[in-house]
Design a binder for this molecule. Structure first.
Ligand SMILES: [Zn+2]
Length: 266
């Protein structure tokens, strides 16, 4: 479903959060030129027809500054009041960034990070209780609910933001296959449910067919877990050949004009 055109570009951004509604993921649009900004204006039309939930993600990210959240000293936002709890959340972000740094190098992306305590979101926004990352224009929002307040989910979401920051929003939206985006995020997400079995390794390469958001996520929950598992394994195998420390450079080469295939060549 990721063909060119304004509607599909935006719908992929919207779908990105639907997946995190079920699991704990990320995504959408970022670093934007005037050209892309004008795209966003056109996309406003699509918003009218978007599901209420998708609209909540986009509007929560766009209007986060007026959502009545508390700013924390590290710049993130939360509806959590107790200082001890806020300290815990800031520590999670530090630990997640440290994990990314130990794996790929120091992260540079600085998305707006939001932690909320309600299972249904915060304020008037209905969000999933895990995690979600939105990219709208130059704005990136990582929104983490109560079920996602662990290093695995936070690092996973921040890694989506890092890929978007390095490769560029348009490149990510139009060229980076979903299996790669998810597989890379899974390298810093150690949850055991996504460990691959010896049996599944044989067919794991088939995940490369899941280039679009729909191909990866529009399935029953068990199949989607299998997709995450295969993506983690396949990207992990590729990293063993090319080296984790080459990833940022490869993504940056995409932002400078290389195609996904050129930049990721072994
Ligand atoms: Zn994800």
């Amino acid at each position: 479903m990721q063909n060119s055109g304004v509607a599909s570009l935006f719908s992929s951004a919207l779908y990105n959060q639907t997946h995190h509604a079920l699991f704990n993921g990320s995504h959408a649009l970022s670093a934007m030129s005037k050209k892309l900004f004008s795209l966003m204006l056109a996309l406003g039309l699509c918003l009218l027809a978007a599901p209420a939930r998708a609209f909540d993600y986009v509007s929560a990210c766009l209007f986060i500054d007026s959502a009545g959240l508390h700013p924390m000293p590290d710049g993130s936002l939360t509806d959590v009041d107790a200082e001890a709890d806020q300290q815990h959340l800031m520590q999670l972000t530090r630990d997640a960034r440290a994990r990314i740094e130990a794996t790929f190098g120091a992260p540079e992306a600085r998305p707006i990070v939001v932690f909320f305590k309600g299972r249904d979101g915060f304020g008037k926004y209905h969000l999933n209780p895990y995690g979600n990352t939105q990219f709208i224009g130059s704005r990136a929002c990582v929104m983490i609910g109560p079920e996602g307040q662990n290093v695995d989910v936070v690092a996973h979401e921040l890694m989506h933001a890092e890929l978007n920051h390095r490769a560029g929003t348009l490149k990510r939206a139009l060229q980076i296959p979903t299996w790669f985006d998810e597989g890379l995020a899974m390298q810093v997400d150690y949850r055991p449910r996504y460990r691959i079995s010896a049996e599944a390794m044989k067919d794991a390469d088939g995940i490369r067919e899941c280039r679009s958001y729909d191909a990866f996520f529009s399935h029953d929950p068990k199949t989607v877990v299998e997709h995450y598992t295969a993506a983690r394994y396949v990207v992990g195998q590729w990293l063993e050949k090319v080296g984790q420390r080459s990833v940022y450079d490869r993504l940056q080469r995409m932002s400078q004009g290389e195609s996904f295939h050129e930049a990721m060549e072994e």
